[in-house]
Design a protein around this ligand. Structure first.
Ligand code: FES
Ligand code: FES
Length: 181
């Protein structure tokens, strides 16, 4: 098994040791199970890398300031705001976007639940809502509608589909609990 020395040759270490700003830095990312080696402007956010380099436009840019949640993806299984994530600091990470949630042609239970509960109108926030909800369920900290509302409060829906979004998440949570029992 190969053990990587992440400090010695990490993109961030390269940038810091060079003494001047490099024009591009090599970064390895596994996105939706596919490995990528990308030469990136050190200022690139993960959001821009997904959309502009990998054509994964399901992840949306809303505010680009960490305030709306539209850009939420899963980074090593945890929900993050990709507009606030500097890509060169994520070398070696596994990223899952909305495009990577369905498996073998079957929708993720949360994707199906959003359809079942009509949990969107324009759909602009939806990929972020679903990725955030995947992370929320994995965290295991919410079990009631009130807790879901609190822990999903970073994901804004300008169409006001909140009651339907909460209902969809409750459905997916219930299905997961039933599978475990
Ligand atoms: Fe990232 Fe709004 S685009 S939080
Ligand atoms: Fe339009 Fe949420 S469905 S912003």
């Amino acid at each position: 098994m190969t053990v990587l020395d992440r400090n010695a040759a990490s993109p961030m270490a390269q940038a810091q040791s060079s003494g001047h700003a490099p024009r591009s830095i090599s970064v390895s990312l596994t996105v939706n199970g596919a490995p990528h080696v990308l030469n990136l402007d050190p200022r690139s956010t993960l959001l821009d890398v997904l959309r502009e380099h990998l054509d994964l436009t399901g992840t949306k840019k809303g505010c680009d300031q960490g305030q709306c949640g539209a850009c939420t993806v899963l980074l090593d299984g945890r929900r993050v705001l990709s507009c606030l994530s500097l890509a060169i600091t994520k070398d070696g990470a596994h990223v899952t976007t909305i495009e990577g949630l369905a498996t073998q042609g079957a929708l993720h239970p949360l994707q199906q639940a959003f359809i079942d509960h009509d949990a969107f109108q324009c759909g602009y926030c939806t990929s972020g809502q679903i990725c955030s909800a995947v992370g929320l369920i994995a965290e295991g900290k919410a079990s009631t509608a009130a807790e879901i509302r609190e822990l999903m409060s970073g994901n804004i829906c300008r169409c006001g589909a909140y009651p339907n979004i909460v209902a969809a998440i409750l459905q997916a949570m219930g299905q997961q609990a039933a599978r475990r029992s």
